[in-house]
Design a protein. Structure first.
Length: 416
């Protein structure tokens, strides 16, 4: 089935196109271009079944396929099958983060090229601006000076309360709510986002810091972004000794640019301990719209969180209304509850993320966010994303809503 003159090995593909004439046209052109069609599917259910059982490299699917839904696309993403979706440009927003998107009017040659790129890139899709700097479909996404995205910084005190895991999960949960999201790994002690998501460590803040672009007069942050699972990523540094290349000016300039391009800039600042934090990390914390302190439910974890909050308020001068707490890895009623943590830290607990060891292990092995794996922790992160999205988009309400008491009427049940 492979073109004998093709220099590259054949890619095994699943073809699922609703229109028979279009399907025949694409099939013939793809085979001639060195792409082997291992299976053809007529509906969404059979597509999911084939994706889970076949050893295919990529799937080409049209949005008009019978019984194709966002749930189908999520199942394909969980099966780790790279997917190229042919759709109308006006519908790109509907499928953002679920597939590599291509206009349904594209030629077979363009489809083959995109399929090769998708097979190499894998099942990671970004709800990101298009190549021209705009939204998919051509609508400009550049923001004006008066309309900027929001910077959410996640950090913690001494210890390992799971900042990176929550930052990745929150970024994906926000992207599920149709927010344009970028994750910045600003843990300059040596971040873990790159190995967690299997990204290129040479790109990101490190690439900006080594001045590979010369004296261009601008900071090309977009050139250093990488695709994450539903969001974009600006990777950090692998080794602490490289943090000298990331200055406070560079970090703030990068985030300032990302504010113009995205709805949410989620920053993983890692561990913040008084006297040991870098100037770059402190500059990003001061530039945040919301700082989320990750705390554990144990005694030592609560003490470390208290020290961190004291440093943020007394040394960096952050107002208390800027701060919130994420109580992570809570097991049942063990340790301190949200009310006790609020009293100890003097800050509101925005979310309680339950301990979910099984989902956490699977997320690390499969290099996926917790929210893609599912489970108790995923539900907690989605609830947090819903709360933060509501705060960002809902208009202010005047006055308090009155809560009416519930009065139960006596009934005749049990009477003779």
């Amino acid at each position: 089935m492979t073109n004998s003159g093709a220099a590259r090995p054949a890619i095994r593909a699943i073809l699922a196109v609703g229109n028979p004439a279009r399907e025949r046209e694409l099939r013939e052109a793809l085979i001639a271009g060195g792409i082997a069609i291992s299976e053809r599917c007529l509906d969404g259910a059979s597509l999911v079944e084939r994706a889970q059982s076949l050893d295919a490299d990529v799937a080409l699917v049209s949005s008009d396929l019978h019984r194709l839904s966002p749930a189908t696309l999520l199942s394909l993403r969980e099966a780790r099958l790279p997917l190229v979706l042919l759709a109308e440009p006006a519908d790109f927003g509907k499928y953002a983060g679920l597939a590599h998107l291509l206009s349904s009017r594209s030629s077979a040659g363009e489809a083959a090229k995109t399929m090769r790129q998708a097979a190499a890139r894998g099942a990671v899709y970004a709800a990101s601006p298009g190549a021209d700097g705009g939204r998919p479909g051509g609508e400009s996404y550049a923001r004006g000076p008066d309309v900027e995205g929001r910077v959410l910084v996640l950090l913690a005190g001494k210890g390992a309360p799971g900042v990176t895991t929550l930052a990745i999960g929150l970024a994906e949960a926000l992207s599920e709510r149709r927010r344009r999201v970028v994750l910045v790994d600003a843990d300059l002690r040596g971040g873990n986002v790159v190995p967690y998501l299997y990204l290129d460590p040479s790109r990101g803040l490190l690439g900006l810091g080594v001045d590979r672009y010369g004296d261009s007069g601008s900071l090309p942050v977009e050139e250093e972004l990488q695709d994450g699972p539903g969001f974009m990523v600006l990777a950090g540094i692998e080794k602490p000794e490289a943090q000298r290349s990331v200055t406070a000016e560079l970090a703030t300039a990068a985030v300032r640019r990302l504010r113009e391009l995205y709805d949410e800039v989620v920053v993983d600042a890692g561990e913040i301990v008084g006297g040991n934090s870098s100037a770059a990390a402190e500059s990003l914390i001061r530039a945040a719209d919301r700082v989320l302190v990750v705390a554990g439910a144990g005694l030592v974890a609560a003490w470390n969180a208290q020290c961190c909050v004291r440093y943020l308020r007394e040394e960096l001068g952050l107002p208390p209304e800027l701060l919130g707490v994420l109580l992570n890895r809570r097991e049942g009623r063990a340790g301190y509850g949200p009310r006790e943590v609020e009293q100890a830290l003097g800050l509101p607990v925005l979310a309680v993320i339950p301990e979910d060891r099984r989902a956490a292990r699977r997320a690390i092995v499969e290099q996926l966010p917790l929210t893609v794996i599912g489970g108790k922790a995923a539900r907690g992160l989605r609830a947090l994303a819903a709360q933060l999205t509501e705060q960002a988009t809902a208009p202010a309400r005047a006055g308090k809503q009155r809560r009416w008491p519930l009065r139960l009427r006596p009934t005749a049940i049990g009477r003779k």
